[in-house]
Design a protein around this ligand. Structure first.
Ligand SMILES: NC(=O)c1ccc[n+]([C@@H]2O[C@H](COP(=O)([O-])OP(=O)(O)OC[C@H]3O[C@@H](n4cnc5c(N)ncnc54)[C@H](OP(=O)(O)O)[C@@H]3O)[C@@H](O)[C@H]2O)c1
Length: 266
């Protein structure tokens, strides 16, 4: 008995808010492919799925999953396969940061951040690539950060996880070119999302200068379609990685710290 072929789909992690939601909205308008929305807040995902289905006539699936849990990547892939889908585009966007002194952060939150921002992301990339090789087609967008270029006091672990994402993605993009697969790291600067409330990054300079999540989404998807390995959205942020090469590392760390310490009257 022949099995029916799996339908190609785009999986977006962290689609319940912010940049992930903005990417889902853009993909629904611009590409019309089946979408799979993943995060923990089911009601938010359901509401977005219903809206996109009604507006664009797409199939949109919702998978509620805690991606901080070891083994979550495997669970996600099993759930996608059960829906009769294969992953043609993977948007690894779910992530969080914490603005605090490293010594004062609870160890379990540090471990969860590393698991979500790095391990789950890496496991998902590893799992989807064989299928993409087979089709000689596929796309992976990994959401890093401008802090991937610069270590940052109070975001010590977060910035290191994003450095990992940036370095890993840049290398993967080069490896995968010969297979016809586009891999992109998007490195947003401060963006207007709930990231800052979750991170406790309110009352800081970086919590005030903000890009819109839709601008970040548009820029990321443009780069992914073009096959650019790295994109820094926003006119102000774009030159920063280049300029940082000419600044002593200690000065970079000091400048970063000014952006994330709380102002006195915050
Ligand atoms: N906003 C910024 O300034 C900024 C700058 C640079 C990079 N980034 C990166 O952009 C990405 C998206 O963040 P955002 O700014 O859009 O913030 P956000 O609005 O807080 O969105 C974070 C998304 O990740 C999901 N998520 C968090 N923990 C999860 C978990 N354990 N399991 C499954 N999903 C989880 C959240 O969904 P649930 O809570 O429903 O699970 C939410 O959909 C992150 O990787 C972040 O590091 C943000």
């Amino acid at each position: 008995m022949s099995r029916s072929p799996l339908l190609p789909a785009t999986v977006i992690t962290g689609a319940s808010s912010g940049i992930g939601e903005a990417i889902a909205r853009r993909l629904a308008t611009e590409e019309k492919q089946t979408l799979v929305l993943v995060a923990r807040r089911t009601e938010k995902l359901d509401a977005l799925a219903t809206e996109l289905q009604q507006k664009h006539g797409l199939r949109v699936y919702v998978i509620s999953l805690d991606l901080e849990k070891p083994g979550a990547a495997r669970e996600l892939l099993q759930a996608v396969a059960l829906c009769g889908l294969s992953i043609d585009t993977l948007i690894n966007n779910a992530g969080f940061g914490l603005n605090d002194a490293f010594s004062e952060m609870p160890l379990d939150r540090i471990q969860a951040m590393m698991q979500l921002n790095m391990i789950t992301l890496t496991e998902l990339c590893h799992a989807v690539l064989p299928g993409m090789h087979e089709h000689r087609h596929g796309r992976i967008l990994n959401v890093a950060s401008i802090l991937g270029f610069q270590s940052c006091p109070r975001f010590a672990v977060y910035a290191a996880t994003k450095s990992f994402v940036l370095s890993f993605t840049e290398a993967l993009a080069r490896e995968e070119r010969r297979h016809g697969i586009h891999v992109t790291a998007v490195c947003p600067g401060s963006t207007r999302t709930s990231f800052h409330d979750v991170a406790g990054n309110t009352g800081t300079v970086s919590g005030k200068i903000m890009n819109s999540p839709d601008m970040v989404a548009a820029s990321a998807l443009r780069a992914l379609r073009r096959g650019n390995a790295v994109i820094v959205p926003g006119l102000f942020n774009k030159p920063l990685p280049f300029l940082l090469r000419f600044v002593p590392r200690s000065l970079g760390v000091f400048a970063a710290s000014l952006l994330v310490y709380r102002t006195r009257n915050a």
